[in-house]
Design a protein. Sequence first.
Length: 356
Amino acid sequence: MIRCTLLYFLLGSTALFAQPDLSSLKSTWLVSTEAGYQPYRNQTVQAIHFGVDAAMQGSYLVVVNRHCYSVFVNGTLQWQAQDTLRIDADSLLRVYKGNAWLSVYQPQLHSLQTFRQAKIQLQEDASNPLRPPTYFHNFTIVAVLLVFIFLVSLYRASPSLMFDYLNVIKLFSAQERDDASSTGRIGASINLIFFAVISFLVGLLVLILFKYSGDRFYLATLIEPATTAGAFAAWLTLAAGVFVILLLRLVLIFLCSSLFGLRDTVRFHFFHFVRFLFIVSLLTGVTLVVYFMLGVATPSGYATLFLMACISSLAGSAFLFIKLLGRTSLPVFHLFSYLCASEIIPLIILGKVLLF
């Protein structure tokens, strides 16, 4: 278990260094329309434009996009790059006589970012600097305390159920005996409460990873709370979405088990999925704590952690396949078809939506 945890940390951690202070140029973006150039308002376009003038002297222009993109200056192609491109504004203004018009072409504009980075950071009013906004930190502290209180309350209410969900040996064991979770009723109140707490935990982790992964994922650009109240509203929305997905997954497992003649494995299958989701979420949460302690500030580190959590969910399907081989006498191809319909294909579709 210790080796697996250390491996999870190593795979999720990348490039531990802080980002420099950057000023976004998104408010200056223009798009070309039939009526001329208009401000960018999330229109469906493949190119954005902005001007570079004397006000940007003494700075760099930073273009960031995880996809390949092209940069034109005054209509002429100058750079083709991927990830990060840094342009010296002074050199640009000197070559183009104090005024330049930049155009960035890329079909995936939702992940495009442009910044202005000063070459020399002025230390004016260093004795009383302006504090950065801390609304998301405040939200995270309160939300983590609430989730911790929920988990402690569940443990006090049903210790055996909590230990069943946290039993890593049973999770990876090929010959697993029935336990309190898989033999209990799915609709029991304690199980429904446990599913709700897991939904809040997963929703919190997704919100944090989306927040710090920047524009690496399309859904992250749609969830950008600007206040503490907005962060709580986004958390509740994500938690409700996760809870609905759990219920829909239960319905899908029931339908597929009826179709493939595996009605007696519904509870076992569903509780295996919930247990795996719970343990992966806890590992992801612990990794996030390590990230914060080390001061990880690069979006790629959080995006990689989110990707590893999604891949780990697919690994749970492999363990489930081994368990079903020991519990049933059905042919291997029959069980594999059942897993494709009830487990693998839905997870791939969900991963595609989350990772786009």
